[in-house]
Design a protein around this ligand. Structure first.
Ligand code: FNR
Length: 347
C-alpha cells in the first residue's frame, strides 16, 4: 500500500508535483573538465523524470566551492547552456527539476581551483582527505571576512538566477551535510566572535541572508533549503547546536519556502541532543512542507507520510539503481538493490 505516494502535491500556487516522490540530490562527478553537464547527464536525469521532483546533484556556485572532481557548476555561460540541455529533456518527459546550489566551504580543496583560499566560518579544518584522492588532505580554512560573506551571498543569488536562466523550476540551497552553510550552524565549525558567531541568532545570520537573497532574486515559491540539524557528516557533534536550529527553524517557517528538506543518510539515526530522529525534531519545530529522506523504502515512506512525519519523501540510492523507480513502485515490481560500483557509470 503506497497509494499516498502517488497523490499530486501543491508546493504552492506556482508548483504542483505529480507525486510525492523526489529524487534526492546525488553527486555523480561526471561533468566535463570545465564542470559543464554532459549529454549523458541530461539523459540520466531525463530517464528519472517521472519523479514528482528531481533535485539535481549539488552544483557549485563558484570555483572555490569545489571539493570533489568533476562536480558541475552554474557560474559560466557554458555550464548554464549545459544545464539547459538537462532541464529541457526533463521537461520534455513531463518532469520537474530544482538545482541544488552548493559551496563546500572547508571541504573544498585548492587542487580543484586555480585561485582563492579555502573559505569557512573559522580556521578549523575538517578531518581526513578528499574521497578516493587520499593525497589531498583537507586544509585549515581561511575564516571569511565580512567582505567575503557579502561576496558569497551575492554569488549564491547569482547562481539562483543562472539556474532560472538554465530552465530549472527552482533551487534547493544546500545547507546540509557539513558544507559551507551548515558550517555556520554548528559550534564544531563556527567559533567566530563577530555577528556571525557565538549566539544562535548570529550563527543563523549567513544561512538566512543566503535564503533571503535568493528569495529576493527568484521568489520564495522557487526557493527550498536542505538542512542537517544532526551533525553526522563532515562535522563534530555539539549538543549546543540544538539551540541554533531551535532559532533557525521558526525563522525559516516565516519565509514560506517551497519546502524544507532534511539532509541525512539514515533517518533511523537518533540524536540525543535533538531528542530523537532528525525528522521528528524538525517536524516539531516547522509546520510547512517537509521532505523526509534517509534509507526509506516506498513502504516505510508511505507510512511516514500517512502518519504526517513529513509530506514528501526523497529517494537517493534506489534511484541510482533504478532509473524506473517510480514506475516499479507503482506497479509493485522488485527494486534492484543499490551498490557502490553503480557510481562508476551513468545509467
Ligand atoms: C548523496 N547525497 C547528497 N546529498 C546532497 O544534499 N547533495 C549531494 O550532492 C549528494 N550526493 C550524494 C551522492 C551519493 C552517491 C549518495 C549515496 C548520497 C545524500 C542523498 O541526497 C541522500 O540524503 C542519501 O543518499 C540518503 O537517501 P537514500 O539513498 O537512503 O534514499
Amino acid at each position: 500500500m503506497t497509494e499516498n505516494l502517488f497523490q499530486p502535491y501543491a508546493l504552492n500556487d506556482a508548483i504542483t508535483l505529480n507525486n510525492r516522490i523526489l529524487m534526492a540530490p546525488l553527486t555523480r562527478c561526471m561533468a566535463d573538465e570545465n564542470l559543464v553537464p554532459t549529454t549523458a547527464m541530461a539523459e540520466y536525469y531525463a530517464r528519472r523524470a517521472d519523479a514528482g521532483l528531481i533535485i539535481s546533484e549539488a552544483v557549485i556556485i563558484r570555483p572555490d566551492g569545489q571539493g570533489y572532481p568533476n562536480t558541475p557548476g552554474i557560474f559560466s555561460p557554458e555550464q548554464i547552456t549545459g544545464w539547459q540541455q538537462v532541464t529541457t529533456k526533463v521537461h520534455e518527459n513531463g518532469g520537474k527539476i530544482f538545482a541544488q546550489l552548493w559551496h563546500t566551504g572547508r571541504v573544498a580543496h585548492p587542487h580543484f581551483f586555480q585561485q582563492g583560499d579555502v573559505l569557512a566560518p573559522s580556521a578549523i579544518a575538517v578531518e581526513g582527505s578528499v574521497p578516493r584522492m587520499r593525497e589531498l588532505t583537507y586544509q585549515v580554512p581561511k575564516p571569511v571576512t565580512l567582505a567575503d560573506i557579502e561576496g558569497l551571498i551575492a554569488d549564491y543569488a547569482q547562481a539562483a538566477e543562472n539556474a532560472m536562466a538554465a530552465g530549472f523550476d527552482g533551487v534547493e540551497i544546500h545547507g546540509a551535510n557539513g558544507y559551507l552553510i551548515d558550517q555556520f550552524l554548528h559550534y564544531g565549525s563556527n567559533q567566530r566572535t563577530d555577528e556571525y558567531g557565538v549566539t544562535p541568532e548570529n550563527m543563523s545570520r549567513f544561512p538566512l541572508a543566503v535564503v533571503d537573497a535568493i528569495i529576493a532574486r527568484i521568489g520564495n515559491e522557487r526557493t527550498a533549503l536542505r538542512v542537517s540539524p544532526g551533525a553526522y557528516f563532515n562535522m563534530a557533534t555539539d549538543a549546543k547546536d540544538r539551540e541554533v536550529f531551535d532559532y533557525l527553524l521558526p525563522a525559516l517557517e516565516k519565509r514560506s519556502l517551497a519546502f524544507l528538506h532534511i539532509g541525512i543518510f539514515d533517518d533511523a539515526m537518533e540524536f540525543d541532543y535533538l531528542g530523537g530522529k532528525a525528522s521528528s525534531y524538525v517536524r516539531a519545530h516547522y509546520s510547512k512542507t517537509l521532505v523526509g529522506v534517509g534509507s526509506y523504502t516506498a513502504e516505510t515512506a508511505s507510512t511516514a507520510i500517512e502518519s504526517e512525519q513529513f509530506d514528501l519523501v526523497a529517494i537517493g540510492r534506489p534511484f541510482i539503481a533504478n532509473p524506473d523507480y517510480v514506475q516499479k513502485i507503482r506497479q509493485g515490481e522488485e527494486i534492484t538493490p543499490y551498490s557502490e560500483e553503480m557510481l562508476t557509470s551513468l545509467v
